[in-house]
Design a protein around this ligand. Structure first.
Ligand SMILES: [Zn+2]
Length: 250
């Protein structure tokens, strides 16, 4: 497969990124990126200071800004798919997450710090409730694990993790800011990802413009693990959603 120019993990100045959403989109157009997601932090844990997205008014303004950029890309016929995303810190409280995420408003949700069997149960409970709010599967956002560290699951619970990811089609992110999480010492983990047909994606965890197009090295590793099909399956889902939303908004 050709190298898909994608970066599904970008922070703006709504959290700890340097650029505005518009600046990120402008730069992405210049770099000829094909798929990007703005994924600012949502957290009320110890790191709550990193984000302004802690009230529904600011979250609405954030989503509105991304939507305006989406409309601009469509009106100018620019081949860049922009996703409205968020990165949910799983050490936040369930109440905080549920209060601030209106699930149908998002295209993509990343979860950070899935590090234990208990955190799978915590997340599954939240996803279950969200699924009840959005009945049509095509309208449900794409879900992914941000900079997931396989070491927490290598010595046990690996099959439980795989079943969970499979059940909800949650992807593994090749994050160029954390290359150690996809190093060859996790070969067995990636064999399971392949066997179980878990989707994979690329996210650069960009906090400034310099890292917006850091997708090449993660792609080489996807190739190394023979996971191109897993990546293709994710891109297909994004394309299908995009077609669906464009058709229904006309
Ligand atoms: Zn991030």
């Amino acid at each position: 497969m050709q190298i898909p120019k994608l970066n599904l993990h970008i922070h703006s100045n709504y959290s700890d990124g340097k650029q505005t959403i518009t600046q990120i989109v402008e730069k992405s157009i210049k770099l000829k990126l094909e798929y990007i997601a703005i994924t600012d932090h949502l957290t009320n844990s110890f790191k709550k200071w990193v984000s302004k997205l802690n009230n529904n008014l600011t979250i609405s303004a954030y989503l509105e800004e991304i939507k305006n950029c989406q409309a601009y890309l469509i009106s100018e016929n620019i081949k860049l798919i922009l996703l409205k995303g968020i990165e949910v810190d799983l050490s936040s409280t369930e109440q905080f997450i549920k209060k601030h995420i209106k699930i149908s408003e998002f295209d993509i949700i990343l979860f950070e710090y899935l590090q234990s069997y208990e955190s799978i149960a915590f997340l599954e409970n939240i996803i279950y409730q969200w699924k009840n709010q959005v009945k049509d599967p095509i309208r449900f956002p794409v879900l992914g694990l941000a900079h997931f560290d396989p070491s927490y699951f290598m010595l046990g619970n690996l099959d439980i993790l795989m079943r969970f990811l499979k059940k909800y089609n949650i992807y593994f992110e090749f994050n160029s800011s954390y290359p150690s999480f996809y190093s060859p010492r996790y070969e067995r983990f990636f064999e399971k990802i392949k066997e179980s047909k878990i989707p994979v994606a690329i996210g650069c965890d960009s906090h400034n413009q310099k890292t917006l197009d850091d997708y090449k090295e993660p792609f080489e590793m996807i190739h190394y693990y023979n996971l191109e099909r897993n990546l293709e399956s994710l891109i297909n889902i994004i394309d299908q959603r995009e077609t669906h939303f464009r058709n229904t908004s006309i």
